[in-house]
Design a protein around this ligand. Structure first.
Ligand code: MRU
Length: 344
């Protein structure tokens, strides 16, 4: 199994996702500032994975604080948390994991050394829980997928795989479970402009496991659906509002519209930590905007004439009424019933 975030020998090992598929490189992180940079530059990316990485980032920051004064320790730890929170915008798992770590620190009444130890253990727990959660999502997804045809072709967008989580994946977790049970013919992977997580990462993960994968450019999805190639769409999510509206990689919303037009079920697979109950609806989800270089430059080639303007939102929001079901570790829920998933 593929683990993009690993605690080993007192440091965090990250698979460098900016180098895949051409190079498999591992980056060793010792300091919270370096973890923040790794999240910002997308060495580690994907909502659950950045949550796990940030949790370790809090511990790395904590262990650098040399004081025996609890107030000073917490004050300096809060600065570490602020830095990590500033790295990405949309994925709520980042804020959720940092919140859980900070709550642990505030609630621990032991010595500073004991607080540091419990922070490490909490980060490791978040890490281990995410792997288990993804496996549960995969298996619940299997139950939610259409019963016919017996073998399905699933379209996915971006990378919601092992690389985007602590392991196994959310949308690709469903794909993995379907493959294991003999219910999958192949995956169609949208290339996912502008950063190409589908072409680079989803395709790479599938190849590692011998799962048949066909890469298409994003503008081919509607045509493939019309041709009858696609039985279901399964995507991940970065933040889900209380009403079931779901933010995911830019292009997901369009995909949901064309899936509806072709009567193809559209599933969102995500852990419960992705649900932001503080937000009533998707319009309240903050959308990260990234540098236009992602649009105008591929490798060393500039694609556009000078003098043009750019708009580069990294995520969009799919309205709940386009979503067949949201698959969580507690089961698959109609978007309107999502709140029940948290209560189970
Ligand atoms: O910008 P990224 O690569 O971090 O975006 C990732 C996605 O949009 C994923 O689909 C989402 O985080 C779900 S990951 C299980």
């Amino acid at each position: 199994m593929l683990y993009p975030v690993v605690w080993k020998n007192n440091s965090v090992l990250l698979i460098d996702q900016t180098r895949l598929p051409n190079e498999y490189a591992v980056v060793e992180i010792h300091r919270s500032e370096d973890m923040a940079e790794a999240i910002r530059t997308m060495i580690v990316r994907g909502a659950p994975a950045i949550g796990v990485a940030a949790a370790y980032g809090i511990y790395l920051g904590a262990r650098e604080i040399e004081t025996s004064d609890r107030q000073e320790f917490l004050h300096r730890l809060e600065k570490v948390a602020q830095l990590l929170r500033s790295t990405r915008t949309t994925a709520v798992n980042l804020f959720w994991a940092i919140g859980r770590m900070m709550q642990t620190a505030y609630r621990s009444l032991g010595t500073i050394a004991e607080i540091k130890q419990i922070l490490l253990e909490t980060a490791q727990t978040i890490n281990a829980e995410d792997i288990q959660t993804c496996q549960q999502i995969g298996d619940h997804g299997l139950e939610a997928l259409p019963k016919t045809p017996e073998k399905l072709t699933i379209l996915t967008h971006c990378n919601a795989g092992a690389l985007a989580t602590a392991g196994y994946g959310t949308a690709l977790g469903v794909v993995r479970s379907a493959w294991r049970e003999g219910r999958l013919t192949r995956v169609f992977a949208d290339e996912t402009r502008p950063r190409l997580q589908g072409a680079k990462l989803t395709a790479w993960e599938c190849v590692q496991e011998g799962i048949p994968v066909r890469v298409i450019t994003d503008n081919m999805a509607a045509h493939c659906m019309k041709q009858g190639f696609i039985d279901a769409v399964v995507v991940g999510a970065d933040r889900i509002a209380a009403n079931g509206d779901a933010a995911n990689k830019i292009g997901t919303y369009g995909l949901a519209i064309v899936a509806k037009a072709h009567n193809i079920p559209f599933f969102v697979a995500a852990p419960i930590s992705t649900i932001d109950v503080a937000l009533a609806e998707g319009s309240q989800i903050p959308i990260e905007e990234r540098h236009p270089v992602e649009i105008y430059q591929v490798g060393n080639t500039i694609l556009t004439p000078s003098g043009v303007e750019f708009y580069n939102p990294a995520f969009d929001v799919t309205p709940a009424d386009l979503i067949t079901a949201i698959i969580t570790e507690n089961g698959a829920f109609a978007p309107g019933e999502l709140i029940k998933s948290k209560l189970k």
